[in-house]
Design a protein around this ligand. Structure first.
Ligand SMILES: [Zn+2]
Length: 410
């Protein structure tokens, strides 16, 4: 039985064995997220097996019915889930905001400039430092089972530094988001309209070729509905797809605007009116909940139950960033969602995998159906429910990404 290799060696092994098929067998409980393959919305198959052929899943089903393959791996009764799909992160940054967090958690007033502190540090950092930080956090997430991650710019806030941030992001993921409209930078504090003109003109001209998505922080103190609409329409005109930070800190127009513009996702959704919930339930926009932000700021969590009962599609993400949520752990978000937001363990797992894929308009990840990318996480547990049942415990045993074992089994 071949032992899966860590990242570097797995790459060589993959090159040595083009087209080899691998059977992963003796899976205690396999989440496919394909209701036609197993029970419930998770498409759960017990005593299961899965065949990886090249980069993709070739077959899933009961172990007893597995086809012959070139080689096999015994999961020893562990549970298997699709790799987590993190649709919201801010990993291109420099600097540290430990003091700000410590002050907040110690009940002290803190007068530092929040996002602008990170902007200052990011502008001053060399490319090599930004690459190293982004790479370290992508690896950290991968070790915790995240096989797809979206990365935003948004700490550059000049044409030059936003282009540079997107180039760094693109070195680490295909899901790159332009967030020049994160906040109005200090040098435009007296002229926010001038900054919107910069974003909708020269900044988008330079940035659009380097991104797939455009995002705006629509919130009091950031950008209002008219500004957000102008920015996302200018981005759409250059071929970028819209998504939005909406209704994080207060009620506001963000969610309705996201739905109106056909955004793939409205992110945060913490403060919602009934008509916001109704718009999400009847629109094509995923509600992406980011409970790490509420955890790290001692704020009230979003009400996932209300959204799910209304029929909205919900995704989960850690919102990894150095200020308001410095965690890359999807498992932690699953546990929070179950304990604090009214989700069942099944719903939370779906939202952290297939839900994230919906928020990125992807159908090749977040599922383990035949034809999907072979992104698979083995858990040191008999069931995915343990992600919430055993919070804080590192349960990821092994990770395959695009058919390669990138985290060796423990
Ligand atoms: Zn964010």
């Amino acid at each position: 039985m071949p032992v899966p290799q860590p990242l570097a060696e797995a790459g060589r092994a993959g090159a040595d064995l083009p087209g080899a098929s691998t059977l992963i067998t003796n899976i205690g409980a396999l989440v496919t997220n394909d209701a036609t393959r197993g029970t419930g919305p998770l498409g759960l198959i017990t005593d299961a097996a899965l065949v990886v052929d090249g980069t993709d899943v070739a077959w899933v089903g009961p172990r007893a019915e597995a086809p012959a393959t070139d080689r096999s791996f015994d999961a020893q009764g562990r549970a298997a889930i699709p790799g987590f799909v993190d649709s919201h992160s801010h990993l291109v940054f420099a600097g540290d905001r430990t003091a700000e967090f410590n002050a907040r958690m110690s009940g002290r007033a803190y007068s530092a400039g929040g996002i602008r502190t990170t902007v200052e540090a990011t502008r001053a950092a060399p490319d090599s430092a930004l690459h190293a930080t982004a790479g370290r956090h992508v690896s950290e997430a991968l070790r915790q089972g995240t096989t797809t991650v979206e990365i935003k710019s948004g700490y550059g806030l000049t044409v030059e530094h936003e282009v540079r941030s997107l180039a760094v992001a693109a070195a680490h993921t295909d899901e790159v988001t332009f967030l020049g409209a994160h906040v109005v930078p200090a040098e435009f504090a007296e002229d926010p309209a001038g900054y919107v003109d910069l974003v909708t003109g020269p900044m988008l001209d330079a940035c659009a070729p380097h991104a797939r998505w455009a995002d705006v922080f629509c919130e009091q103190g950031a950008f209002d509905a008219d500004q957000a609409r102008a920015i996302l329409k200018a981005a759409s005109a250059r071929g970028l797809l819209p998504r939005m930070h909406a209704n994080q800190l207060s009620h506001g127009p963000g969610v309705q605007l996201a739905v109106e513009l056909g955004a793939a996702s409205a992110d945060h959704c913490t403060h919602l009116t009934d008509s916001d919930v109704d718009a999400l339930a009847h629109g094509d926009t995923v509600a992406t909940l980011l409970p790490g932000a509420e955890f790290s700021t001692r704020a009230a969590y979003p009400d996932a139950r209300r959204l799910l009962d209304a029929g909205a599609t919900v995704a989960l993400s850690p919102d990894c960033n150095p200020g308001s949520s410095f965690t890359s752990s999807m498992a932690f978000c699953v546990a929070l969602a179950v304990r604090e937001m009214g989700m069942t363990p099944d719903e939370a797992l779906w939202s952290a995998t297939a839900g994230g894929a919906r928020a990125l308009r992807r159908d090749d990840v977040g599922t383990l159906s035949p034809g999907a990318r072979a992104d698979l996480v083995l858990l040191d547990a008999p069931s995915h429910v343990h992600l919430a049942y055993r919070p804080g415990v590192p349960l990821v045993s092994a990770v395959w990404r695009a058919g390669r074992c990138v985290v060796r089994p423990t």
